[in-house]
Design a protein around this ligand. Structure first.
Ligand SMILES: Cc1cc2nc3c(=O)[nH]c(=O)nc-3n(C[C@H](O)[C@H](O)[C@H](O)COP(=O)(O)OP(=O)(O)OC[C@H]3O[C@@H](n4cnc5c(N)ncnc54)[C@H](O)[C@@H]3O)c2cc1C
Length: 577
């Protein structure tokens, strides 16, 4: 265990809260920075299961292939202490060349590999700790194993790298544990197929899937520049088939003005005013969205028949031409188009309008009814994700080179497909348009929403499940916290001391929450709410507090099961299914 104390010249402030941050990935790093700046805390303790603070899973050097690119450029990444490109230009030339960004360090429209963002985040974390006006303790290789929220404070139980158990008390806890603890063995990201497999199946076709395929390609051959074009030369024979529901590739990143211009008719205010918290909100929002789109780009609106479109069939209209053209022909045309738009800063207005509209939708989605939320996931979400998750040009160039070399293909599985294990590591894939066997299958579908019964800390999980039950909410759909990322009713002072920004549990109700922009926005929202409404500070938890909790030693679930408050993992798994 490494313990780092910030250098604080003056004595620590007597007022403010003692706050724990669980997880030092991007969200934990932005949160630490926001808390040290707002003066809401008198002391902060960070727990990180890995060796390094800052990168988290997505940008870790150990877990990510050096060729895997991020899909966000410096211009969009919120600075921590300094912006990505300002940091990049002060790195030694040798380091920049090793990352392949020697000539691009200052270009805030360039996409860097994910490990570069990881190095930036690690340095930013160190700078935040060094510059903090309040004491910050950092426990690395420290696994938090439980959190208990009590009316007068929170208890955190954790283990250090040697397996010794500890307990500490806080006024408040911020759960920024993301995709789970990073262990030396890795979490699966960036894993690639064994060397022996000749035909590899890859589930998914987004940037994660492209990264997985490029990782394999680099191990079994090389990309070379020929006549101004990227070409793939294989050293050993292999091929990969990407399987996705619709058989589409992501589009290449397009130029857009930053910040994005406001939309006519569809603003956060007009969207909020049309939401009543009942079925039909999605249709009301769609009317505003369609009006804004038609105003921004009337010609495009006519070509897709926007006047007759609905929230449920818009996605079909949006993807129709691309689907008809096929993924590879579309990728080639789209790449040529986006390069021209980047050169002359003239992207079609409808694309920029959809990009802005996704930000407006993101603010009101948590208020949608379950039925409207399900409709959004089935249709419009695909459109927004397609638009904001456009990928680096190089990623598409690499895919085209692999396809031209007959190393990679893409299959649309449709709705009715079956994937079952064959002999050894092989898998059988059956779908209406493609049936066959692959030697190995990689799941590269990217981040998936998680249900609350998989929440990592057993006592807090039980408290959250009980609170969801009391509110009549379905815990299978994850968390739907308030703007300050706390759950529970206003009277529930214990749960108001815990902020929940572990992404997989938020994804169902906030489908656009992943990404660095959102990590920083959550950090700002939490720090601001803590500054505005500090809880009564009492970080030492008294015996009376525990007795108060033991007053209600068990919780009755809807199916009649009675659970003791300090239930074991196994009990919870069984009870919550
Ligand atoms: C493969 C991948 C690629 C991505 N690429 C991009 C991209 O290009 N652009 C973009 O904007 N977004 C991208 N994202 C989205 C990304 O999720 C966010 O940008 C961000 O990195 C999430 O950070 P986080 O801190 O919330 O979670 P994580 O990165 O998961 O970090 C959580 C941290 O908490 C620690 N932790 C977990 N549990 C415990 C515990 N019990 N005790 C102590 N510590 C614990 C972990 O060790 C980890 O360091 C990507 C996501 C993935 C998975």
């Amino acid at each position: 265990m490494t313990r780092t104390l910030s250098a604080t010249a003056s004595p620590p402030p007597a007022s403010g809260e003692r706050i724990a941050i669980i997880g030092a990935g991007a969200t934990g790093t932005y949160t630490l920075e926001a808390l040290t700046r707002t003066g809401a805390a008198r002391e902060i303790v960070v727990f990180e299961s890995g060796d390094t603070c800052g990168p988290g899973l997505a940008y870790s050097e150990q877990l990510n292939d050096p060729h895997a690119l991020s899909n966000i450029a410096g211009i969009e990444i919120p600075p921590v202490v300094e912006p990505l490109n300002v940091w990049a230009v002060r790195q030694p030339r040798g380091r920049l060349d090793a990352w392949g960004i020697g000539d691009d360090a200052g270009n805030d429209r360039a996409f860097f590999s994910r490990v570069v963002l990881g190095a930036w985040l690690a340095d930013q974390f160190t700078l935040v700790v060094e510059r903090s006006p309040i004491p910050v303790s950092v426990h690395r290789q420290a696994d938090v194993i439980d959190v208990v929220a009590l009316p007068h404070g929170c208890r955190v139980n954790w283990r250090d790298g040697a397996g010794s158990a500890f307990q500490d008390a806080f006024d408040r806890v911020i759960v920024a544990s993301g995709y789970g603890p990073i262990t030396p063995k890795g979490n699966g990201a960036g894993e690639s197929a064994g060397k022996a497999a000749v035909h590899i199946g890859v589930l998914g076709s987004s940037l994660s899937a492209i990264d997985a395929v490029v990782g394999i390609a680099m191990k079994r051959g090389d990309f070379v520049e020929r006549d101004g074009r990227l070409v793939y030369v294989a050293e050993t024979p292999w091929r990969a088939t990407l399987f996705s529901r619709h058989g589409l590739l992501p589009e290449a990143d397009f130029w857009f003005p930053h910040p994005l211009p406001e939309l006519e008719h569809f603003t956060p205010e007009s969207a909020a005013a049309s939401v009543r918290g009942e079925d039909g909100d999605l249709d009301r929002l769609f009317v505003l969205f369609a009006r804004a789109l038609a105003a921004a780009d009337p010609d495009w609106a006519k070509t897709i028949g926007l006047a007759d479109a609905t929230a449920d069939d818009f996605a079909e209209r949006y993807f129709a031409e691309r689907q008809a053209r096929g993924p590879w022909a579309h990728a080639r045309t789209n790449l040529a188009d986006v390069k021209a738009w980047h050169a002359n800063h003239r992207t079609p207005a409808w694309r920029i309008a959809i990009l802005k509209a996704h930000e407006v939708f993101a603010e009101v989605i948590p208020a949608l009814s379950p039925a409207d939320l399900a409709r959004l996931h089935a249709g419009l979400k695909r459109v927004f994700t397609d638009n904001y998750a456009a990928v680096p040009h190089l990623s598409i160039e690499r895919m085209l080179a692999l396809h031209d070399a007959q190393a990679v293909d893409l299959v649309a599985l449709g709705k009715d497909y079956e994937i079952s294990p064959g002999s050894g590591l092989s898998w059988l894939v059956r779908s209406p348009d493609w049936t066959g066997r692959v030697d190995e299958l990689i799941d590269a579908r990217g981040s998936q929403a998680a249900a609350l019964n998989h929440f990592p800390f057993p006592t807090l999980r039980l408290q959250l499940c009980a609170s969801a039950l009391a509110e009549g909410e379905d815990w299978k759909s994850g968390l739907n916290p308030a703007e300050d990322l706390t759950c529970g009713t206003d009277g529930d002072v214990a749960l108001k001391r815990v902020h929940l920004c572990a992404l997989p549990f938020l994804l169902r109700n906030r489908p656009f929450v992943q990404g660095l922009v959102e990590c920083a926005a959550m950090a700002r929202a939490m720090a601001e709410s803590i500054r505005a409404e500090p809880s009564e500070a009492s970080a030492s938890i008294s015996t009376m507090d525990l007795l108060e909790m033991l007053d209600q030693p068990s919780i009755s679930l809807a199916d009649g099961a009675v659970l003791p408050i300090a239930a074991s993992d196994e009990q919870l798994e069984t009870a919550t299914g």
